[in-house]
Ligand binder design. Structure first.
Ligand code: F6P
Length: 527
């Protein structure tokens, strides 16, 4: 099947995007899809009808629909860990049965949601002014991203997110907090992650150093209730979830507690409803109208087809500034793999390098490379028609104008003739005109997509996050990999554990390679 994609890529690589618009006046409509509140426009890419058919054939050959149904019905599709993949159950607000090993998990999911609401309401109504979520990776990035994204809806205590084992993170956070009025949430699926447990111990010591009791000041979010209890957090303050919720897919359940505390249970449930609505769309829409499938196919086209190894996520929304980091984990931890389910080596690129920053800031930083660098970087723009500052509407108009300008500039480019004319107008001539003109050429024909939403509400954010989750799933299915394990993070963790005593000087370093020994020597000399 990859041969067909390669052949399509050879044909499509230099296809003029502007030419596609000239040939088809309805291209914007024909190469975009709407679902729920979202519009996904992929018309500014080299994809034509034949390419799309090829891509659809890939999805069909990979049995995306059957695999989607297997995931949603609780099959153990994460087969290197022997687990089901059911984060969708966390937003299944209607409670329709979802079976794992023949058991309906929904009563327990809804019970946990009710317990989350009770804890969140209690904290919102308490004297706590600050909530510190201590977690990392999936136990941090989702709630941290959404807390910022939904700040116009935040009416609870201030939330902070401490993740890094670097003491700077917790020290800087606690400096602004009152020990009497600070609640800590220890968020860790495993309750063993070294960064989180180190920060949690430091938080406990901070309270004790200030003569404040830890009682009632810790909540645990974990699948490992035993470890939370051992750590001293009473069971009524532990919100649990099952192993079929992957860390990077976990913000819909207890890991989202900080968000629920910040925006309130009703707004949190609106977020869940948005995710659930996207699940329904993913299940019901035919492949050619299915937004997650189309997003995935555009990704496959650019990465595995055309060989563009990175994609830039460019939200024109300052409050989505943590979205690229969130998507980095979602996409790169899920699909950054080169071994297929059956143990064979992938014949194509693994999932893409995802990076980005909000516009317009990025324009003044890295867009130079996007426009004129030698590599093509497919760009994924994102914007809301309406902002949250109606009195400052002119800011929003400028924001949108910039977003649309960038995708147009990438597509249109500027030819040497056009650049020469500009230089001529500036009064240049001869060799100097030619030299200066060449610096002002934009190759153009660079692909981008745009995701539009009416306004970034909790419900719309839920739709977007579920959209990306399903996109990652579909890309993983087409690649034939397991998107739900993360063995690639293990080796570094193991080595860090064994390096601990070497850094503190409690064990000799002579078994280590020359570089590691020299770097340890440097630390010893200067610490
Ligand atoms: O980095 C690996 C990882 O296991 C992620 O998948 C996970 O989100 C993160 O660490 C945190 O894990 P935990 O929630 O168990 O502390």
């Amino acid at each position: 099947m990859w041969d067909d994609l390669k052949a399509a890529a050879e044909q499509g690589r230099d296809r003029s995007i502007l030419g596609l618009f000239d040939a088809d006046p309805n291209r914007a409509e024909g190469f975009s899809v709407t679902a729920l509140d979202l519009l996904f426009d992929y018309s500014k890419t080299q994809i034509d009808a034949a390419t799309r058919d090829t891509l659809m054939s890939l999805a069909k050959a990979a049995e995306v629909e059957a695999k989607r149904d297997a995931m949603l019905s609780g099959s153990k599709i994460n087969d290197t860990e022997g687990r089901a993949v059911l984060h969708t159950a966390l937003r299944n607000l209607d409670g329709d049965a979802v079976l794992v090993d023949g058991q309906d998990v929904m009563p327990s999911v809804l019970d946990t949601l009710a317990r989350m609401e009770a804890v969140a309401t209690e904290i919102r109504e308490s004297a706590f002014t600050d909530v510190v979520n201590i977690g990392i990776g999936g136990s941090d990035l989702g709630p941290a991203m959404a807390y910022l994204a939904l700040s116009p809806y935040c009416d609870g205590p201030r939330c902070h997110f401490v993740s890094n084992v670097d003491a700077a993170d917790i020290a800087d956070t606690l400096r602004g907090c009152d020990p009497e009025r600070t609640l800590f949430i220890v968020a860790s699926k495993t309750f063993t992650t070294i960064e989180t447990m180190t920060n949690a111990r430091t938080a406990r010591a901070w309270l004790q150093d200030h003569g404040v009791s830890t009682e009632g000041r810790f909540v645990a979010l974990s699948s490992n209730a035993g470890a939370a209890a051992e750590w001293g957090i009473p069971s009524e303050r532990v919100l649990g979830f099952e192993d079929w919720v992957g860390g990077r897919y976990s913000m819909w359940g207890p890991i989202g507690l900080s968000l629920m505390i910040a925006i309130g249970p009703d707004a949190f449930k609106a977020f869940l409803r948005g995710g659930q609505a996207m699940d329904r769309h993913f299940c019901a829409a035919a492949l050619h109208d299915n937004m997650p499938v189309l997003l995935a196919l555009v990704g496959i086209w650019h990465n595995q087809g055309l060989g563009h190894a990175t994609r830039a996520v460019l939200p024109y929304d300052n409050r989505l500034s943590r979205l690229p980091a969130y998507l980095q984990q979602l996409e790169m931890e899920s699909n950054g793999k080169s071994v297929a389910m059956d143990g064979t080596t992938l014949l194509v690129n693994s999932g893409p390098v995802v990076w980005g920053e909000p516009g317009t800031n990025g324009q003044h930083a890295f867009y130079q490379l996007i426009h004129q660098g030698a590599r093509v970087i497919p760009c994924e723009f994102m914007a809301a028609a309406e902002g949250h500052e109606p009195d400052l509407r002119h800011h929003h108009d400028l924001l949108i104008a910039n977003c649309l300008a960038q995708s147009e500039a990438l597509m249109r480019g500027r030819s040497l003739e056009e650049a020469r004319a500009i230089m001529e107008q500036k009064g240049l001539s001869g060799d100097e005109l030619e030299r200066q003109a060449r610096h002002r050429v934009f190759p153009g024909n660079r692909p981008s997509t745009t995701l539009m939403m009416p306004k970034l509400t909790p419900e719309v954010l839920g739709q977007i996050i579920a959209l990306y989750e399903h996109r990652v799933f579909v890309e993983g299915v087409i690649l034939g990999i397991n998107s739900f394990d993360q063995w690639g993070v293990e080796l570094g963790k193991e080595l860090a554990t064994s390096l601990g005593p070497l850094v503190s000087g409690d064990a000799p370093a002579d078994e280590k390679d020359g570089s590691t020994q020299a770097l340890l020597g440097y630390v010893k000399r200067y610490s």
